[in-house]
Design a protein around this ligand. Sequence first.
Ligand code: ZN
Length: 352
Amino acid sequence: MTRPQVGDRLADRLSRRRWLAVGASAVCAGILGNARPAAAAEAARKAAEAALQERSQQNRSPQSQVEGTPKEGSMPWIDAHAHVWSDDVARWPLAGQQTVADLKPRQFLPEALLELARQEGVGRVVLIQHSVYHLGDNRYLIDCTRRFPGRFAVLGMVDDRQPQAAEKLRSLHEQGVRGLRITPRIHGPRWLEGEGMASLWQTAAQTGQVMGCLIDPEHLPQLDAMCQRFPQTRVVIDHMARLGADGTIRPADVAQLCRLARHRHVAVKISAFYALGKKQPPYDDLLPLIRRVLDAFGPARCMWASDAPYQVQPPHTYAASISLIRDRLEGLSAGDRQWLLARTAEEFFFTA
Ligand SMILES: [Zn+2]
């Protein structure tokens, strides 16, 4: 399958200018604590009203759970990142010497995920291969996509140090896998080096598959260099590069993340709020960071995600996660909110 020109379409449809017009005052207010100019405040108020109206319309007919056509019904949103696993380890073996005792929680099944999602109007979810439990064995997630047609997209894993990594990626593409999770947690600081990794990026540029990066801020310069080397490869950075995972959001890290916006095929998951900043619902301390990322990348390259089941361990909830973007992020137009909660993820994971 040839690679769709998603980036070109994105550039055409990118609503960044509109976001800047509506959201600039919110950005300043968030970062600097300044009062908003009256006109911009009025625009932000109107956008918030429009979003509210849109939400109340979407919240009608909550019982209509339509299999296979969630985006047409009462579940318009997409969660761009969650994990599922089964405690049936005889059927779905764990990597290495792990046993059921290593699974925390013991299991998180697709049925449970879809039910949590349904309650918040989320009809589709991108399943991310678990980099510890299942490593390079992608069978469980592929099985989930077959059991629940139209509900899931999958990012798998391939070991770039093993022979024929690119062929494995192509084979996964044929099985509906939309990209790969890559992370320095597997092979350490030289995670992006070597012929295998280069062949994966090259192949992904041809197939339209996405490189989903689980990284910390310290890895951003390496990723930046890789994006320069493979400018046609689509990249999605998990959890805003885990900025603030140690409790401190550093301006230099924010600037480094935002610098990657100059690569037109790079997008960011706005996610894993349980793990960032103060790590307390409703996560309002993360709003200034989210506004900075939105300002740099534009809504068409930002996507909300939960990171369930980690996001649903008390006191954290699925509802608190989506609520931060759906209800608490001021200054977004209804259209921009659509990008953040559905359209960007659809472009990257459900249309390739
Ligand atoms: Zn995750």
